[in-house]
Design a protein around this ligand. Structure first.
Ligand SMILES: Cc1cc2nc3c(=O)[nH]c(=O)nc-3n(C[C@H](O)[C@H](O)[C@H](O)COP(=O)(O)O)c2cc1C
Length: 161
């Protein structure tokens, strides 16, 4: 059976968006942007400011920033790629919001991320609690730098989805 794939992503400055577009095209996945109800301003993203919105959210394990719109057809997908920028060594808490918004029963989740250099750290651990019914949630790919379609296709094949 041909499994239906989704590539959902959150991106503030466009880097993860570009990665998501390349991945979706290589994987034959539909794209969905996880758009915050309240967009992040430059000031919100200033990690040097202890009072910035992103700092406050990332210091609060219960933070669940609201998402502007829900997907209506999540049921159709078997494989869900989820992409985001690494914030403070893990996924932004809006990814927890996304995971808690749907039933991931029977679905496999593969993460991808962009960063200034950090890896996934404890990302999987922090996200697994938000999708307890998913078949699996795996680290996937840190997509810093350039990838050719060929690189991405061979990575996706290696996942044996
Ligand atoms: C609030 C905040 C925290 C960040 N924390 C990290 C970090 O811990 N490690 C890292 O390598 N990069 C960090 N970055 C850099 C982003 O992960 C990187 O610029 C990413 O590619 C941005 O993706 P985007 O354009 O899709 O938003 C952080 C950026 C922001 C705004």
């Amino acid at each position: 059976m041909n499994k239906k794939k989704l590539a959902a992503y959150f991106s503030c400055s466009g880097v993860t968006k570009a990665a998501a577009e390349s991945l979706a095209s290589a994987a034959g996945a539909d794209l969905f942007e996880i758009r915050p109800e309240t967009p992040y301003t430059d000031a919100d993203l200033n990690w040097n400011d202890s009072k910035a919105r992103s700092t406050i959210e990332m210091n609060d394990p219960s933070s669940r920033p609201a998402i502007a719109e829900m997907m209506q057809n999540m049921d159709e997908y078997d494989i869900v790629f989820i992409g985001f920028p690494i914030w403070w060594y893990v996924a932004p808490t809006i990814i927890n919001t996304f995971l808690e918004s749907y039933d991931f029963s029977g679905k496999k989740i593969i993460l991808f991320a962009t960063s200034g250099g950090s890896g996934f750290g404890k990302t999987v651990e922090k996200l697994r609690v938000s999708c307890p019914n998913s078949t699996e949630i795996i680290e996937g790919k840190l997509m810093n730098g350039k990838y050719t379609t060929k690189d991405l296709v061979s990575w996706i094949e290696s996942l044996e989805l």
